[in-house]
Design a protein around this ligand. Structure first.
Ligand code: ATP
Length: 365
């Protein structure tokens, strides 16, 4: 296995710059997830690593070897796509050994690799079936198996689960993660699904308009998003964003949210440079408290009206309208609210996020 290094990668299609100064080191055996909205350049980045697309500028290395000019077949990578791309006229076994035959791997070795991989992915009973005789999930496993028998240094996966229904996607997500533990492979996995990113990645790269916004482990991304975009993109329901004024209270910064002036337990000293200006206050839905749920901490107390209540099973999402803006609260399922209820809401003051007017994070705690 091997590490993958991208150094100052740029990519243009005609005059349009799609990737700007992309720098990243994917560690050997790491499961790295690249996430971002549609059109942000994820697939293009993956295709450049695969050699299916040329880089406009910068260098790419796999296992320390400069690969800019190395043809795809010599890069020792395997790609798994969203649409499986299985050969329809070949059965599972033939699909799996196709690339091995091209490499003149001998029969015994081929059978050994197929046997091992099929056992790992639970495909032993399906080797004689054609792709059309398989379910979506089984086809996905065959696509994966076909990549695995080649024993590549690096797996590149482009939304491989997006054709599966929700239940199967969740199941395959776990399987893939488990498989990674066993394979000890370097995996670069592209998705627009932030749940996949959070649950699967050792580290996550958040991309927007071809520019890296943050590279970090999932919990850092969640608890310390580098900017407002990352904060809003990762987490479901999305982080609440409210505009607040920074005012002085006895010479120390405080926040003004509508009529409410408040500060936080550790103080707001880092907001001193913003006195007299506005900042964006970010609050995760699980850190919004609604009238005693969880136990009251009614300062600041904002009045809001319940608009929609969504039961999710173990918890409920409550959509609220307040003078200061719309808010979502994520509460335990034993809370009872109805549309049009007037409630008082508050926040966990130790868990607030702050962003400047350019969207950059201001570290307060
Ligand atoms: P999605 O999640 O929708 O697949 P993505 O993040 O993978 O999106 P890319 O497929 O990498 O995005 O595309 C990035 C941008 O580059 C898009 O604006 C797309 O239209 C453009 N693009 C991709 N391939 C080409 C091409 N061959 N010629 C011109 N523009 C292209």
């Amino acid at each position: 296995m091997a590490n993958v290094v991208a150094e100052h990668i740029t990519k243009c299609f005609g005059n349009v710059k799609i990737i700007t100064d992309f720098n990243l080191e994917v560690n050997d055996q790491e499961f790295l997830v690249m996430v971002g909205p549609s059109g942000c350049g994820k697939t293009t980045m993956l295709r450049m690593i695969a050699g299916l697309e040329e880089v406009t500028g910068g260098n790419l290395y796999i296992g320390g070897r400069l690969i800019n000019d190395v043809p795809p077949k010599d890069r020792d990578i395997a790609m798994v796509f969203q649409n499986y791309a299985l050969y329809p006229h070949m059965n599972v076994y033939e699909n799996m050994v196709f690339s091995l035959k091209m490499r003149h791997v001998n029969r015994g070795e081929m059978d050994r690799r197929v046997g091992e991989t099929a056992a790992l992915l639970g495909l032993e009973q399906l080797l004689k079936r054609k792709p059309r005789q398989l379910s979506g999930g089984q086809r996905q496993r065959v696509a994966l198996a076909r990549a695995m028998v080649r024993d590549p240094k690096v797996f590149l996966m482009d939304e491989p689960l997006s054709n599966l229904d929700a239940k199967l996607r969740a199941q395959t997500r776990t399987e893939l993660k488990r498989l990674h533990e066993r394979l000890k492979a370097t995996i670069i996995y592209v998705t627009h699904d932030q749940v996949e990113a959070m649950t699967m990645g050792d580290r996550i790269v958040v991309l927007k308009d071809g520019i890296i916004q943050q590279v970090a482990d999932p919990l850092t991304i969640y608890h310390r998003p580098a900017n407002r975009f990352v904060a809003g993109f990762i987490g479901s329901p999305a982080m609440n964003m409210l505009e607040a004024g920074v005012v002085s209270e006895d010479g120390r910064p405080a926040l003004m949210l509508g009529d409410f002036k408040f500060t936080v337990p550790g103080g707001l000293e880092p907001l001193l440079p913003y006195l007299g200006r506005r900042v964006t206050l970010g609050v995760r839905p699980e850190h919004v408290m609604v009238e005693g749920w969880p136990a009251a901490q009614p300062v600041p107390a904002i009045t809001a009206v319940v608009e929609v209540v969504e039961p999710m099973g173990a918890e409920i999402y409550v959509y609220l309208r307040a003078g200061q803006g719309d808010l979502t609260a994520r509460l335990t399922a034993d809370t009872v609210f109805r549309p049009q209820d007037r409630v008082r809401i508050s926040f966990d003051l130790n868990r607030l996020h702050f962003f400047d007017q350019d969207g950059a994070r201001i570290n307060v705690a």
